[in-house]
Design a protein around this ligand. Sequence first.
Ligand SMILES: [Zn+2]
Length: 244
Amino acid sequence: MKLGKYLVSPNYFVMFAKQSPEMPSYSRSEENYLKAIFTICEKAAKGASTTAIAQRLETRSSSVTEMVKRLSEKGLVDHRPYYGVKLTDTGRQVAITIIRRHRLWESFLVTYLNFKWDEVHELAEQLEHVRSNELTDRLDRFMDHPKFDPHGDPIPDPQGHFMDMAGAVPLSEVGKDTLVHIVGVKDSSPSFLRLLDGLGLKMGSQITVNRRFDFDNSLEVSSRFRNGLLMNERVCENLIVKPL
Ligand SMILES: [Zn+2]
């Protein structure tokens, strides 16, 4: 290829494109830390403690301290003594990008490749590190911009906005005769998801609470396909629903 007075091989452009992506590239481990910090901070109002990060990533506190220092030098986290670790705007943006890829891949695997929803998390953990905004956007378009992954977790849009989960409550807090639809699970372990499969319930399923039993706070609910489903308190506490 001739470009001006220079002769340039097409590979040059491939190399160049790889070296200047829209987002600087981070190691898989760095990305996992950012995602973990994001998730911890989302649930608690304050920063993530070293212990919480270590627990989530199943690693030692000393490794966390080292990595937090590195991330802080790269301007991705803010670490102040006693306040814990918080993501900077850039760190947050990176974390949300990875979460978006993860949840889009999970949706793709379930909807188009017929994986069960309890099988996809581990695969998505690997696929989320494939860095290509073009691939992510095409995946999103191909599936017609899904708003939730198979576990009911909201998929952020390309600008990093999450769907509003306001009004979503555990099924255990829903009153009699209220029509709701399932929007998430608190417990996304394979065993819980298999139980829901067994009950014929999935994201978006509409259910009505018929009765509440004082004895053990279990609920009798009806779905479109089944009447009189008895669900114990633990199941109800782990199923997130929104009134319709
Ligand atoms: Zn997952």
